[in-house]
Design a binder for this molecule. Structure first.
Ligand code: FAD
Length: 412
């Protein structure tokens, strides 16, 4: 077996891995990325939020992505029967980007990975991590290539950004149940042959079919659109006793808004079911490793926060490793877990309050309160560390209390 040595080994070349590897490389740290699959590969997570742009910009990955002409996402539309609520990212409380993209992830992630290679970073595709052992902070990782050849990689630090591969959570027994109720999803892409002209055709939308069940519609600039249904696992499993395609077709039938556009379109691939998708871990770091992106925590697709958290944690882990390598002390509990948990805590509340219906009460309340909307919009854009925003700082009770007041008014 051959042996290589590197300062930092990154597992997985998704957005989290590409951003952390780029940051380290840009700062002169020796880094290697190993990726199990061959890109492009299918992955879910196509609606981004503006916060993610800060990360791509900071590590120099923005220009390559921008050149791809992905569909611009300027906000998000929520539909409930006849009611419509549109958030415009240019009208939000916090400073920050006021647009992002909606992307076919196969192309998007491939662009990121190719750019990482162009920088000169050592990225090996079709190399799967099969074991990791630690001696203090130093690790030895065994990877297997597609021919079955094994190689050892010695590293001073591992960033595990293996997404649902969850390499270190599995090997080190770090998985713990999510605090969220079990929800599942079925999704595919369609050739959007009935796409209307203009904004309506390209607007990203979330159509509420029942309080806890919603359909996503994510149009891409290549003429295809991603369609997915999300809801409690029991509901998703009850959609069909045949197959995923039948289940998704049945879900589309429940959408008054989209039935005409998507009722008869062909699916571009057999719809994929992601069952009980939320994930959590007992700890996000340890001696010689950090977990980033979906390998640590995944909440729910409803506010499209997954990729932004993947890049937020990826870049933060890289910064802290760089700091430690320079001989400075890092308090991983505060600077990594504490920071990430603050943002995760805010989105956890929003996800929970979405499914209780309280957030929907605020979204669709008329007349709109522009101040409340701007503050919620900043959260939806991913600026969840801005404590001057009461919808961040008091997330625990502000939504619940406001929804309660609206409901009392309605009853009076
Ligand atoms: P990934 O993008 O999953 O990349 C991990 C990589 O690690 C993969 O390429 C994998 O092949 C590789 N890997 C795995 N195991 C190994 C191994 N043993 N060795 C080497 N490599 C390995 N997020 C959004 O932002 N917007 C959305 O609209 C959205 N919708 C979603 C809908 C659903 C139903 C679900 C379940 C999630 C959704 N997400 C969304 C979340 C999003 O998919 C993830 O948060 C995001 O892809 C995480 O990025 P990552 O880099 O951590 O992992």
């Amino acid at each position: 077996m051959t042996t290589e040595s590197v300062d930092v080994l990154v597992i997985g070349a998704g957005p989290s891995g590409c951003v952390s590897a780029s940051y380290l490389y840009n700062n002169g740290v020796s880094v290697k990325v190993v990726e199990k699959t061959k890109f492009p590969r299918l992955v879910v997570g196509e609606s981004l939020i503006p916060r993610v742009m800060d990360h791509f910009d900071e590590v120099g990955l923005f220009p390559a992505l921008d050149a791809m002409n992905f569909e611009k996402k300027l906000g998000a539309r929520f539909i409930r029967g006849e009611e419509i609520c549109v958030f415009d990212f240019s009208d939000k409380y916090s400073e920050g980007w006021d647009w992002t993209w909606q992307v076919p992830r196969a192309d998007f992630d491939n662009t990121l990975a190719q750019e990482v290679l162009k920088k000169g970073i050592d990225l090996e595709f079709e190399s799967e991590v099969i074991s990791v052992s630690f001696e203090g902070k130093n690790s030895t990782t065994v990877i297997k290539d597609k021919e079955g050849n094994l190689k050892e990689i010695k590293a001073k630090f591992i960033i595990d950004s293996s997404g649902y591969g969850r390499v270190l959570p599995r090997l080190l027994d770090l998985d713990t149940p999510s605090k969220l109720d079990p929800h599942s999803s079925i999704f595919t892409h369609v050739k959007d042959v009935n796409r209307p002209e203009g904004e309506e055709g390209t607007l990203i939308s979330f159509d509420i079919l029942e309080t806890e069940v919603w359909l996503w519609v994510i149009p891409f600039s290549n003429g295809n659109t991603s369609l997915g249904v999300v809801g409690p696992t029991t509901f998703i499993n009850s959609l069909s006793d045949k197959n995923n395609a039948d289940a998704l077709k049945n879900a589309i039938q429940l959408s008054d808004y989209y039935i005409k556009r998507f009722g008869n379109v062909d699916f571009l691939f057999e719809p994929v079911k992601l069952e009980n998708y939320s994930r959590s871990v007992k700890k996000m770091y340890g001696d010689g490793f950090a977990l980033t992106g979906n390998s640590s925590e995944f909440l729910d697709p409803v506010f499209s926060s997954g990729v932004a958290f993947a890049t937020e944690s990826g870049i933060l882990a890289a910064k802290l490793i760089h700091k430690e390598f320079k001989g400075e002390t890092v308090d991983w509990e505060t600077e990594f877990t504490g920071y990430m948990k603050r943002g995760i805590g805010v989105f956890t509340t929003y996800v929970k309050e979405w499914y209780t219906g309280n957030l929907q009460t605020l979204f669709f309340h008329q007349p709109e309160n522009p101040d409340v909307k701007r503050k919620i919009c900043a959260v939806l854009a991913g600026y969840v560390w801005d404590d001057t925003n009461p919808f961040v700082k008091k997330h625990d009770n502000v939504i619940k209390n406001m929804a309660h007041m609206i409901n009392m008014e309605k009853e009076a």
